[in-house]
Every structure is written in C-alpha cells, then in structure tokens.
Design a protein around this ligand. Structure first.
Ligand SMILES: CSC[C@H]1O[C@H](OP(=O)(O)O)[C@H](O)[C@@H]1O
Ligand SMILES: Nc1ncnc2[nH]cnc12
Length: 309
C-alpha cells in the first residue's frame, strides 16, 4: 500500500467514476477488516501538488447495487489513507418543482427509508456497542463552508447550475424507484431530494469521526408529479454527464481552498476538520471483561484512539 497521506476524500456516485481533470498519481487498494473498497482509490494531484483521494462508490464500472456497496470498507479505506474530510457526490431525484434536473443541493437532514439489509455500523457483529449521535447527519460546519464555495464554483462555471441549501434527503433501499404515492408521501414528510446511497455512508463517516458533506446533483423529478411520466434510469442518464462535468469543476475549484483551510491550524481549520473528532468517545459503552480483544483490534483500524490497547 502507498504511504501517501491525503486529508480529503471524494466519493463519486452514478456518472462520476473518475476525476480526469486532475492528475492521476497512483491507484491504491487498501484491505480493511471489512474487505476491499468498491474499487481501487485514485490518488490525484491538484495543480499545487496537493493530493486528494477519489473513490467511485459503485465501482469504476458501476458494478455495485446501492444495497451492496461496501460502505464500511470504503470509509475505513479512506480513513486509513489519512483522509479526515469526505466530500461525497450523489445523483438524486427531486421532490420539489423548483429543484429542476441539473440543479445541485446541499442536504442537512436525512429520512431513512432503507430496509435494514445494509450493514450500518462498524460495531455490528462485534461485542462492543456504540451509539453515535446523528441528529445532524452531515458535518454542519463543513456544509456551511461548502455553501459559499460551491455556489461560487457554479457561478464561475457559467452554465447556470443553481445551488439549493438546507434540504432534506430521503434515502430509499431501491434498486427499483419509488411508486407515485411513496414519492408524494416523502414530500409530505418534508423530503426535498431522494437517493439510494447516502446511508449508511454518512453514519459510517460519523462513526469514523470524519467530516462528511454531500453534494446532491438532481437528475429527475422522481414519481410525484401528477401529469408526468415517473422516473426511469434512461431519464437519469440524460443529466448524468452534465452533472458529472459540473461536479468535476466543483472539485477542482474548491479542494485547494479546502486543503488550505484544513491544514492551516486556524480556527476555521479546526471547525472543518475537527468537528467530529472526539465525538465517539461519548458513544461507546464502557469497556468490559466480556468484550472480545479481536473486536477491539478490528475497531482500532478506524478508531485507534479508543481501541489500541
Ligand atoms: C442511476 S439511478 C439510481 C442510483 O443513482 C444514485 O447513485 P449515487 O448516489 O451513487 O449517485 C442513487 O443513489 C442510486 O444508487
Ligand atoms: N428518483 C430517484 N430515486 C432514487 N434515487 C435516485 N437517484 C437519481 N434519481 C433517483
């Protein structure tokens, strides 16, 4: 495995399988106690030489279903490279008229409509119990920082892509899309966006004490509009390429600032980088004789501060 230390990880979703506007340095494929990530991780260099890690959530050839993405291995592998902040991208359906396909959004809340078939915790299957706080599922200070930076990057790109902030995303199991009445119900619940991927990714980032933010890129109007066809994969594909191009522009434009902010040692850096650090200390049930030492060893891979005996 490479010794490259990178602070920023980018997770690309449907349509975003590479960052070919950055310079590829190498691919790494770290094995974790939860297996290998969805695909080898590309270490890419910004023009300044700053390195960032890029991971295609569904694999480079989109071979993982939303329910079978190895999210634990993905998060653990990124953390093992030194990553502290994750900027994730996702193709989403819009549950609001004003969020037209091609728009971008920064969600701050999640409604969980997954069906319990995905492993959702690093502690699952171990003798150690933890209850992470998840009231604010995205790192609030990072998302605030993203608002200004992403908005500027979109303006500068000049394609007229709008940015919506403070939105609520529904995460459904899939792989089939929603029925019309489900889609209407999600709107009544306060959902603005819908995808199949933000969970358990956001939960696992929280357990690994990583700052995590999601850029949701709208591809369709899901199934709630009374006189319209409901979403199909073909409809989603129509917007994927343009959304992926804009996502690559956003990455190239804001990551240098993000890297500088998090490596400066300033108050801003601490806000962005350290918001989640130390939080698991209050989430893990106290040590007991019955805890299996092997489980502690496994968990030390993501949380060495608490589990390196
Ligand atoms: C291709 S449509 C459904 C698929 O797209 C989204 O993927 P991602 O979040 O990785 O961009 C959605 O969550 C579904 O997995
Ligand atoms: N309508 C939709 N529902 C769930 N996931 C999606 N990803 C893109 N569009 C979607």
């Amino acid at each position: 495995m490479s010794s490259s230390k990178v602070l920023i990880g980018v997770i690309g979703g449907s349509g975003l399988y590479h960052l070919d506007n950055l310079t590829l340095v190498e691919h790494v494929n770290p094995e974790t106690p939860w297996g290998f990530p969805s695909s080898p991780i590309a270490i890419c260099s910004l023009p300044s030489g700053t390195r960032v890690a890029f991971l295609a959530r569904h694999g480079i050839g989109h071979t993982f279903h939303p329910s079978t993405v190895p999210a634990r291995a993905n998060i653990a592998a990124l953390k093992s490279l030194g990553v502290r902040v994750i900027l994730a991208f996702s193709a989403v359906g819009s549950l609001r008229e004003e969020i037209s396909p091609g728009s971008f959004a920064l969600p701050t809340q999640i409604i969980d409509r997954t069906k319990g078939v995905r492993p959702v915790s690093f502690f699952e299957g171990t003798t150690i119990v933890a209850h992470a706080s998840f009231g604010d599922p995205f790192s609030t200070k990072f998302v605030k920082w993203l608002e200004e930076k992403v908005s500027k990057a979109l303006e500068e790109e000049g394609r007229g892509v709008k940015l919506f902030t403070d939105k609520c995303i529904v995460c459904m199991e899939g792989p089939q899309f929603s029925t019309r009445v489900e889609s209407i119900m999600y709107r009544q619940w306060g959902g603005d966006l819908i995808n199949m991927s933000v969970l358990p990714e956001a939960k696992l980032a929280r357990e690994a004490e990583l700052s995590y933010g999601l850029v949701a890129t709208a591809t369709d109007y899901d199934a709630w509009r009374p006189h319209s066809e409901t979403v199909t994969a073909a409809e989603v594909f129509k917007t994927l390429k343009a959304n992926a191009d804009t996502s690559r522009h956003v990455v190239a434009t804001i990551l240098e600032d993000l890297h500088q902010a998090i490596s400066s040692g300033s108050k801003e850096s601490k806000n962005l980088l350290l918001q989640e650090v130390g939080t698991m200390q209050f989430s893990i049930m106290s040590r007991s004789e019955q805890q299996n030492p092997e489980d502690r060893k496994k968990l030390a891979f993501i949380l060495p501060e608490y589990f390196s005996d």
